[in-house]
Design a protein around this ligand. Structure first.
Ligand code: MG
Length: 336
């Protein structure tokens, strides 16, 4: 164990945590971008998206001496000869169309579980904490409805959690996970609800609008969040990937939300890596046409959410056992 820790400590040199200021030329203008050596190319593209509105997947980055290294999104900036005040060129156009075809985004099927030791390592690593702090300063959560005192917080993924974004249908409602509105209505009694998708905000708004989530009279959504709020993590066993750090929400609304009263549902466990005690891995809702009649995941999860709503501290629970918690509770109630 000690040797592993030593190896990872020496692998991430202190230089990688230093800020690098890059100049990106695009469409006749120059933009200043701040990143650090431990950020990946995909992270850099997200920063560029922030100031140019060109989606990361539409960006092509050019710099003479780097060949096509800049095309590898998973590469860390510290691994390429990049230094402050370097000027690169970006080619890409802003999409006017808000209908973004999700089908051309690479699908992540190989979700993985990170071992307990490494999990602790990832969330406690200084470089990751620093990334989170910077992101919390950069990304402002826009409240659609005010936070409510005394409520817990439920954070929801969209793709495969609330909606089957891969299937096609004449009406998006056919791809909506069964019981979505019932679930949100019941949860709203005890939880503020935020929706956080790894896509972009326009798509999140469009999708939620189409499903009637933003106009349902029985509940209100507190905020929508997108890929710009995510951070890139480097793990020794799994390489580079993005995750959804709840600390970003806690940093912006400390008087309402904390690790004690927040739970997040996502079909990808990796998204919880910065806050493993607050994540519940939901069964993915795929092949909507075949599974629409039988999928009851949201119905069961409603029971769980309500069963734990009175607890002081949700982070002491092991959400992996959520289905057993339901049964235990039901049994206890029957015996009383
Ligand atoms: Mg998903």
């Amino acid at each position: 164990m000690a040797s592993l820790a030593d190896a990872s400590a020496s692998a991430s040199s202190p230089v990688s945590e230093e800020e690098i200021t890059l100049i990106v030329k695009w469409s006749g203008k120059e933009y200043t971008i701040r990143v650090c050596g431990d950020d990946s190319i995909s992270e850099l593209k997200r920063r560029i998206c922030e100031v140019t509105n060109v989606l990361p997947k539409r960006q092509k980055l050019l710099y003479p001496k780097m060949g096509n290294k800049l095309a590898d999104d998973s590469l860390l900036l510290g691994q390429i000869p990049i230094k402050s005040s370097l000027k690169m060129t970006m080619i890409g156009t802003v999409e006017d169309e808000i209908i973004i075809d999700q089908a051309d985004a690479p699908e992540i099927i190989d979700d993985f579980e990170i071992g307990q030791d490494e999990l602790v390592d990832v969330k406690d690593k200084d470089v990751n904490k620093q990334k989170l702090r910077r992101r919390a300063q950069q990304y402002k959560i826009n409240l659609l409805n005010p936070c409510r005192a005394g409520k817990k917080l439920l954070v929801l993924d969209i793709d495969y959690t609330l909606f089957d974004h891969r299937s096609t249908a004449e009406n998006p409602l056919q791809l909506m996970r069964p019981y979505l509105h019932e679930f949100l209505t019941a949860a709203y009694a005890e939880y503020d609800i935020m929706i956080w998708s790894a896509t972009n905000l326009k798509w999140v708004q469009l999708k939620m609008d189409q499903l009637g989530v933003l106009s349902n009279p029985n509940y209100k959504i507190t905020a929508l969040m997108d890929h710009m709020a995510m951070i890139t993590i480097h793990s020794d066993s799994r390489g580079v990937f993005d995750c959804k750090p709840l600390g970003l929400i806690w940093a912006q609304f400390p008087e309402y939300y904390s690790e004690k009263n927040t739970i997040m549902f996502d079909d990808l466990r990796r998204n919880f890596v910065m806050n493993p005690q607050n994540g519940l891995t939901i069964r993915p809702f795929r092949k909507a046409h075949a599974n629409r009649e039988t999928d009851e995941e949201l119905l069961k999860l409603t029971q769980y959410l309500l069963a734990i709503a009175d607890l002081e501290d949700l982070s002491v629970l092991n959400h992996k056992n959520w289905e057993f918690y339901n049964e235990d509770n039901a049994k206890r109630r029957r015996h009383h």
